[in-house]
Design a protein around this ligand. Structure first.
Ligand code: UTP
Length: 475
């Protein structure tokens, strides 16, 4: 069947008409792209979207039973046991790290990889290096190099790989880093027709962080993990510099529960915070996006006056690899597409570029958290937001590069305070001079405290600098 005929059969006749206007080379490029796209699934997706919609009545949503931040002695002991179990598993090579970095950073307004954003409060190290140093430090603690998977997107794949190479893979063995690129999906207008982004290309966007499943399968990622004996995968996103990469406590809890997929959560600031909530949806652990959570659930409080649905998803997960492989064989049923109304610049029928002022099309994306209801067992662990979560999303204000750096300085200040040092603060309580502690110097509060308690000279030197209001950079 000719491509023109196929296009007409699946409701893309406008593209068949367009092909007639192209020269040979242009035609060749566009046809190659169209042959890669599963045209029937575009049609299916549009049909599904047009008659979907969960109503509040259908939603049976209960709070999830989460592990809380340890306060009592017993909870702390439980965390310590989990830490030991987690560390042992990491030391025996069972854990791989998976970082997703394929997004377009639209809100940040940059065109290259988000991982190149400078984040070190003093050093200006970029996010890639920031994460790499944590992985190296964890590897050093357990005495082995840890496998690191990096998901890129078509728009930043090359630059990401080049930047790792240019930085000497941060001193890691190159063979322990696995790059793979996620897929794309075409956007459509309200009639289900694909857009042209230029004369010889259809507009496609990355298929969301949920694209990781398909991309792992297609890139050979599962075999790469299996060859290394990895059976647990720690998932994180490139834009959160506070992340505790490979957190052994989280891993220990996950392993003890024999969980297939686990999640870290932070307590929501307030009922209006725009974050997905982990709860029990019709009996299954699931994330419900803030836009899908009916108002009546958002504002409910429990006996202690806390929000009932307070468990905000911070996009940190653990997966058992057999679970991912099994789900990878059934991507379509595991990860539905979500749809968003977006403004999509495109060529109109006369070949003129149009920059719409209002949303004009539907973009489709998969979300990784949709795997949660498929897990037979799952752990939800609450952590303190200011210790672990400060993503870089926006150019300024909340969740920006500036707020993330500020939160890092606060975190490092807290570590120094835990070692008995006084950190000078201004009237608003903010730390006066920047502090940066490289992961190689100390990975967490315990390590930093242990180092400073055992080293009077270093402690006195830091105390002096703090008193003089000078920056502290420990590397
Ligand atoms: P976001 O949804 O915040 O996307 O992704 P983003 O690209 O960082 O920023 P916006 O929304 O365009 O402004 C959260 C994480 O998931 C990754 C991102 O790279 C980021 O680490 N992600 C997102 C992907 O890997 N692929 C995608 O298709 C979308």
């Amino acid at each position: 069947m000719t491509i023109e005929k196929r296009l007409r059969e699946v409701g893309q006749g406008h593209l068949a008409d367009h092909l007639a206007r192209l020269d040979n080379e242009e035609r060749h490029r566009l046809v190659s792209q169209l042959e890669r796209i599963d045209l029937e699934s575009v049609e299916r997706r549009v049909a599904m979207h047009l008659d979907s919609g969960v109503t509040a009545e259908e939603l049976r949503f209960e709070p999830v039973d989460a592990i809380e931040v340890p306060r009592e002695m017993q909870e702390q002991q439980r965390a310590e046991i989990s830490r030991e179990i987690g560390l042992e598993a990491i030391a025996s090579g069972r854990l791989g790290l998976l970082m997703v970095a394929g997004g377009q950073a639209t809100r940040l307004g940059i065109s290259g990889p988000k991982g190149l954003v400078p984040i070190g409060p003093i050093s200006g190290k970029n996010l890639f290096q920031w994460h790499a140093e944590k992985i190296l430090a964890l590897g050093k603690r357990v005495g082995r190099s840890l496998p690191w998977m990096v998901m890129t997107g078509p728009a930043n794949d090359e630059e990401t790989r080049q930047s790792f190479e240019a930085q000497g893979y941060f001193g890691m063995p190159k063979e322990d880093i696995f790059f793979f690129c996620q897929g794309t999906v075409p956007a459509v207008d309200l009639k289900g027709r694909m857009f042209l982004s230029s004369r010889d290309a259809v507009f496609e966007n990355p298929d969301g962080h949920g694209g990781v499943l398909e991309a792992l399968k297609c890139s050979g990622g599962f075999s790469w993990l299996e060859d290394r004996g990895v059976d647990q995968l720690f998932y994180f996103q490139v834009d959160n510099p506070l992340i505790r990469v490979g957190d052994p406590v989280f891993l220990g809890h996950h392993l003890q529960a024999r969980a297939e997929m686990s999640s870290k959560v932070v307590e929501k600031f307030d009922s209006d915070e725009k974050v997905g909530v982990v709860g029990k949806l019709n009996g299954q652990t699931a994330v419900v996006e803030y836009s899908d959570l009916p108002e009546k659930f958002c504002r409910q409080t429990d006996d202690e006056g806390r929000l009932r649905f307070r468990h905000g998803n911070m996009a940190v997960h653990l997966f058992s690899c057999p679970f991912l492989v099994e789900r990878g064989a059934r991507v379509e049923e595991s990860l539905p597409f979500h749809v968003a109304w977006k403004t999509i610049p495109h060529l109109d029928a006369s070949g003129k570029m149009v920059q719409p002022e209002a949303p004009n099309g539907l973009k489709f994306e998969r979300f990784v958290f949709d795997l949660l209801p498929h897990a037979s067992s799952s752990v939800t662990m609450t952590v303190e937001r200011n210790l672990e979560f400060s993503p870089v999303k926006n150019r300024e204000g909340n969740d920006s590069q500036e707020s993330a750096r500020r939160d890092l300085v606060e975190l490092f200040a807290r570590w120094l305070e835990s070692a008995g040092l006084d950190v000078p603060r201004n009237d608003q309580g903010a730390v006066r001079a920047p502090i940066e502690i490289a992961a190689g110097w100390g990975q967490d509060e315990q390590e930093v405290r242990a180092r400073l308690v055992g080293d009077d000279e270093a402690r006195e030197r830091i105390r002096g600098l703090l008193e003089e209001g000078k920056p502290i950079f420990l590397e």
